[in-house]
Ligand binder design. Structure first.
Ligand SMILES: Cc1ncc(C[n+]2csc(CCOP(=O)(O)OP(=O)(O)O)c2C)c(N)n1
Ligand SMILES: [Mg+2]
Length: 729
């Protein structure tokens, strides 16, 4: 017999015999009818676990991670409000079911069984995954990547306070709500989780409101690795500014009373708390996991003897809320109902085609109040003396600063966050004066943790803000990249487009910095960004384009709910000249705020048909430098600036190179996994032109005189162009 059957038989036998596990008497504020409701939720959660296993065995269900042993979490749900956004551990079916009791019109069993069956009618993921989640219950679905939901939960808690100060048009969370975030005991060790606890404490330590209730469901084990006894309490009992509460998750009365006290603390003090709930894990980790293969049988049996549903039967009976016969009947009726409903759910349709699966990669658009842009007076106040400077050509970093200013004036829901973005105005001065112009609420100097920066952005977006997080250098994105890949980009996908977290991530990056160097400040790989479905990657090559593209990026986030990465080539921030000192050839005037470069529109300069150089970022600048030499070799050329690296603007590229006999791709990212690989493949499929590519070496970048040695240069571009197009030189 498998453990699920053993636990079931134990329950029936022990309840019938009145052989219930001992424990404290029922105590605290849980009212009898509420206690019965919590028990019903536990029974439903258990019955769903059993059914998910039989559905899997019958080929009707797929993923079987369960909640058995964690039914006490229903009592936590009962202590919260359904408007408290909940970022849930995967074992929280009972929590979700109980929350469903607080909102009229829910059909939790049916909904969850559809999710087990991966039916396209599953209301949360549309058949994409077995996930907990519900728009009506304020439960965004979570991926199973351990702890990756904690940074955004902290961000969402911050966003409640931020929205009290500036309420965005699309705000969803009530001012007096709190955020709830649960996870397992092993997950609490993950550096992502630890970073989130630290960020919560760091924020609250400064008396900034951060109403979050963390909940650790401590069953003492993570798959097969035990959590040392006492570790969670020792770790969390005395964290600065995170108040610790502990309860016995096998006792719904104790759990309810403690959760209520913890929630009241968070709600009234607007500070973080940590609720430590002791649970057991029944049935092993997930479907195929056999706990007795790594745990002594006696230990597994000891947990089974502590089945929380058995504890509840005793407590309810002692409280006079329900006698054991009634409890047994509820359990059996629930099982029978789930059997019936599950069989019906198994007949519902599935996703079939790629188009159906992909339908929610890009979230639906949202209606936004029209903005006429800032008034002339508001611009005078914000820009001051800069208005005069707008009449003259300027460097890129200045034009980006002005574009950001105009965007923040036009859209009060924009907030920026990052290391040194506020007071200092960024390492390169790109965000200078923005904190003076818009205040520290909208220009947030964060702590040093990229996961927290992106988590803050995701969480704020879920409360209607348009966040523009900054990652100081591209090389520092990588330790936090999962927040984009595994969290931000997947949220619309797994929620069938019901949740989104629009944002424009600004990242300073790429190579060619003369004075400031090494790989850490000159990272020239964008491979990790280019293959994230739904993510837009933009790279401007000059200041005017940067301003016009930024406006489009913000529009895409604000109106179309998109996740956009705007990669700013650092070496071009201060670039003034193109061919000779003081020629000012790479500076532009600030484009009027109405001017926009739409997504997918590439740049094209020149009309030559002998050669199209297709490039982006620094490559565009260097190709322009190389043009005179190429043309003096008798080659008539054009330079096509890709601008939008992902998704590749295929039709616009084809139009831009139409009629050209040769295409040279100049790519400052690496030969392996670089942008040129995609461009070569594209043109190979779409064009008759002769193709060649010039890329960076498969190397990291060095500091000192060899700072650009591994990348394309003006000279190497000219040589490659002439070699390809066969000039007369
Ligand atoms: C980042 C990451 N690493 C590893 C895993 C694989 N994994 C899934 S669940 C799990 C154990 C989690 O244990 P715990 O947090 O105690 O939760 P429990 O399953 O005991 O409720 C692991 C290692 C994962 N999902 N994500
Ligand atoms: Mg655990």
């Amino acid at each position: 017999m498998d453990r699920a059957a053993i636990v079931h038989e134990n329950f029936l036998r022990r309840v019938a015999a009145g052989a219930l596990p001992p424990g404290n008497p029922p105590a605290g504020p849980l009212a009898p009818e509420q206690a019965v409701s919590v028990f019903r939720s536990g029974c439903l959660s258990r019955a769903l676990d059993r059914k998910s296993r039989s559905m899997q065995a019958a080929g009707q269900g797929f993923y079987t991670i369960g909640s058995s042993g964690h039914e006490g979490l229903a009592a936590v749900a009962a202590a919260l409000r359904p408007t408290d956004m909940a970022f849930l551990h995967y074992r929280d079916a009972a929590f979700q079911i109980q929350r469903g009791e607080q909102v009229p019109g829910q059909s939790m069993a049916w909904d969850m069984l559809l999710s087990f069956a991966c039916s396209s009618e599953d209301p949360i993921s549309g058949g994409r995954h077995k996930v907990l989640g519900s728009k009506a219950l304020n439960i965004p679905p979570q991926t199973s990547t351990i702890a990756s939901h904690l940074p955004k939960a902290v961000g969402a808690a911050y966003a409640i306070g931020a929205a009290r100060r500036h309420r965005p048009e699309h705000a969803e969370m009530p001012d007096d709500s709190i955020v709830y975030c649960s996870f397992g005991d092993a997950s609490a060790n993950h550096s992502t989780a630890q970073g989130a606890f630290n960020t919560a404490g760091w924020t609250a330590f400064q008396s900034v409101p951060l109403p979050i209730l963390f909940c650790c469901e401590d069953n003492g084990i993570g798959i097969s690795t035990k959590t040392p006894k006492g570790w969670i309490a020792a770790n969390f009992r005395a964290r600065p500014d995170i108040k610790y509460f502990a309860c016995d998750g096998l006792d719904i009365y104790d759990t309810y009373a403690t959760a209520q006290a913890a929630a009241a603390y968070v709600r009234t003090r607007r500070k973080p708390a940590f609720l430590h709930v002791r649970t057991v894990r029944l049935y092993g980790h997930a479907g195929a996991d056999v706990a007795t293969s790594y745990l002594p049988k006696a230990e597994v049996e000891a947990d089974e003897a502590n089945d929380p549903l058995l504890h509840s039967v005793r407590l309810l009976s002692e409280a006079g809320a329900l006698d054991t016969d009634q409890a047994l009947r509820i359990y059996q009726e629930t099982n029978a109902r789930v059997e019936r409903v599950g069989d019906a759910a198994a007949t519902r349709p599935h996703l079939r085609t790629a188009a159906e699966v992909m339908a929610s990669l890009i979230p639906p658009k949202r209606a936004c109040k029209p903005s006429n842009g800032p008034t002339a007076e508001a611009r005078v106040t914000a820009f001051g003396g800069d208005l005069k400077a707008m009449e003259e050509p300027q460097i890129m970093s200045r034009l980006i600063n002005w574009a950001l200013t105009d965007l923040m004036l036009a859209h009060p829901e924009i907030a920026m966050m990052g290391e040194d973005v506020g007071r200092k105005g960024g390492v390169y001065g790109v965000t200078q004066k923005l904190q003076q112009r818009f205040g520290p609420d909208r220009m947030i100097d964060t702590l040093l943790d990229e996961q927290s920066i992106l988590g803050l952005a995701i969480g704020m977006a879920q409360n209607g803000f348009v966040p523009m997080p900054e990652i100081q250098f591209l090389a520092y994105l990588h330790n936090a990249e999962d927040q984009l890949r595994g969290e931000a980009a997947t949220l619309p996908f797994f929620s069938d487009g019901q949740y989104s977290n629009p944002m424009v991530v600004r990242i300073a990056g790429l190579g060619y910095q003369k004075g400031f160097g090494g790989h850490f400040h000159n990272d020239n790989s964008v491979a990790v960004l280019r293959d994230i479905p739904g993510l837009i990657l933009a790279v401007p090559s000059n200041g005017a384009d940067a301003a016009k593209m930024l406006r489009e990026c913000v529009r895409l986030a604000r109106e179309e709910n998109r996740v956009v990465v705007f990669l700013e080539p650092i070496a071009l921030y201060p670039m003034r000249d193109l061919h000779a000192a003081k020629d000012g050839g790479w500076m532009q005037r600030y484009p009027d705020p109405s001017e926009v470069i739409p997504l997918g529109e590439v740049g094209c300069e020149g009309r030559g048909t002998d050669l199209a150089i297709v490039t982006f970022g620094n490559g565009t600048y260097l190709s322009h430098q190389a043009l005179p030499e190429i043309e003096s070799a008798g080659i008539k050329a054009r330079v096509v600036d890709l601008r939008w690296l992902s998704p590749l603007p295929r039709a616009a590229l084809d139009a831009a190179v139409a009629g050209c006999s040769n295409i040279l791709i100049v790519d400052e990212t690496r030969r392996s996994g670089g942008v040129a690989e995609a461009l070569m493949a594209h043109f190979h499929e779409s064009s008759e032109a002769k193709l060649a590519r010039l890329t960076a070496e498969d190397s990291f970048i060095a500091t000192g005189p060899a700072y650009a040695a591994t990348m394309p240069s003006r000279d190497s571009i000219a040589r490659a162009a002439i070699a390809l197009a066969g000039g007369d030189a």
